[in-house]
Design a protein around this ligand. Sequence first.
Ligand SMILES: *[C@@H]1O[C@H](CO)[C@@H](O)[C@H](O)[C@H]1NC(C)=O
Ligand SMILES: *[C@@H]1O[C@H](CO)[C@@H](O)[C@H](O)[C@H]1NC(C)=O
Ligand SMILES: *[C@@H]1O[C@H](CO)[C@@H](O)[C@H](O)[C@H]1NC(C)=O
Ligand SMILES: *[C@@H]1O[C@H](CO)[C@@H](O)[C@H](O)[C@H]1NC(C)=O
Ligand SMILES: *[C@@H]1O[C@H](CO)[C@@H](O)[C@H](O)[C@H]1NC(C)=O
Length: 448
Amino acid sequence: MGSVSLKIGDGTARFKSATVCSSAVHILMLFSVITTNLFALYAFTYSPKPNTHQIHFLDHHHTHKNLSLISEQVSLILKEIDSSQKKLSQMEKQLLGYESIDLSTPNIPNELKLFLQRNQLPLGKDSRTGITEMVSSVGHSCYKSIDFLANYMNYKPNGACPDDWSLGQKLILKGCEPLPRRRCFAKTIPKVGLHPFPVSLWRNVSEKIYSWSGLGCKNLGCLNSKKLDRDCAGCLDLGNGNEVSRFVKSRGKNDFLIDDVLSLGSGGVRIGFDIGGGSGTFAARMAEKNVTIVTASLNIDAPFNEFIAARGVFPLYLSLDHRFPFYDNVFDIIHVGNGLDIGGRPEKLEFLMFDIDRVIRAGGLFWLDNFLCSNEEKRKNLTRLIERFGYKKLKWVVGEKINGSGNSEVYLSAVLQKPSLKGFSIGTLDSFIVSEALRMSACKWFNR
Ligand SMILES: *[C@@H]1O[C@H](CO)[C@@H](O)[C@H](O)[C@H]1NC(C)=O
Ligand SMILES: *[C@@H]1O[C@H](CO)[C@@H](O)[C@H](O)[C@H]1NC(C)=O
Ligand SMILES: *[C@@H]1O[C@H](CO)[C@@H](O)[C@H](O)[C@H]1NC(C)=O
Ligand SMILES: *[C@@H]1O[C@H](CO)[C@@H](O)[C@H](O)[C@H]1NC(C)=O
Ligand SMILES: *[C@@H]1O[C@H](CO)[C@@H](O)[C@H](O)[C@H]1NC(C)=O
């Protein structure tokens, strides 16, 4: 990180690529404004070379001629504005990397056209909401995967949906969210042998109730022998593996216990949100404490959503690029592990963190659970970002673990409390300098 961005403040660093983007647009905008103004100036100062005839015969016919000349100029100007605007939007599209879907192109399935069609409300304007038409939408990034999308939307309305949920998930992972398929019947899988709650939280059910199409593994044994992701090594094994002791037995100082964390919550912990929650074990353990948790998970390599639901807790099928479908300040607790490691540009993490902050209530808890600090820079960046939100550090632990190949890895676990009243100092130079000073040796400094 250069000293320049330090001096200017974090706003610059944060929106760097956006700035590059918008300055190009600004230059173009400036250019078009200048050209149109020049045209206008030209039009309104333009007068044909006075020749003696004209000076002497200023008649009605003449004024008329002047007017038509002006209107000719005006239409020229309008044309110029129009073409500048077109150029501008073309340039914007190039910078953003997408265009809106052109429904007139031949490879767009009819079903997609129907789905996206606007429908006027039959009784006119709705007096309460003020809307006049019903509008459906798909993610703008669908355009980038138009072939996938066309494939996905090629189904028979009123019939059975093709058994291709993994195609839908591919689209979601490419930012094509929400998916536009609505008018077919999803494959029904008989859910035989579900257990009553709360027995369901820890009891095995038949593997036949999960959908295995499109997955590499075709049973739980296969999945449990794999490390599906950092937070799920054998996490679908509710019998004997690690999963059973998670959150109730500590394997190291980075593992906080649910009872300890619940005792930190002021005003009670009743509802929460687990981001990237694997098999739903956090929700299950919280359910035992009468806390309701919604678990956001995709079905990457495993039928996580069905598994979570079979346990009797709430699965939410959602990518983390999606804005959370919750209102502001609603959750008492948010739990996230390596789901926070979304990679990509630093702004991406910011988008996620701001959305997390949005849905936690004042005084609510943010539990960062065994986050792998894969390198020093990532650790610094995350720490700096978290500190910008001004949360109170109730727990902050940096620990090392020896991994499978004998290397030591650094993990950060923290429980942070959202302040009741937030100063609007986020992003100002002062708070930035303070947090830089506080940060010092990042994770290690705050070891408690
Ligand atoms: C029309 O043109 C003449 C000479 O070019 C000019 O003197 C006059 O003001 C113009 N009339 C209008 C209405 O612009
Ligand atoms: C549940 O199934 C797993 C295999 O997926 C097995 O290891 C475990 O012992 C079973 N647990 C119970 C309680 O039957
Ligand atoms: C959860 O709620 C039930 C029913 O109200 C109650 O019997 C039980 O003691 C509660 N458990 C905890 C851990 O609070
Ligand atoms: C850390 O943040 C800086 C400045 O925002 C950025 O340039 C860099 O790519 C980030 N590094 C990582 C690993 O995210
Ligand atoms: C162990 O950590 C090292 C260094 O971070 C990494 O390169 C390696 O892939 C890790 N091995 C496993 C099995 O996670």
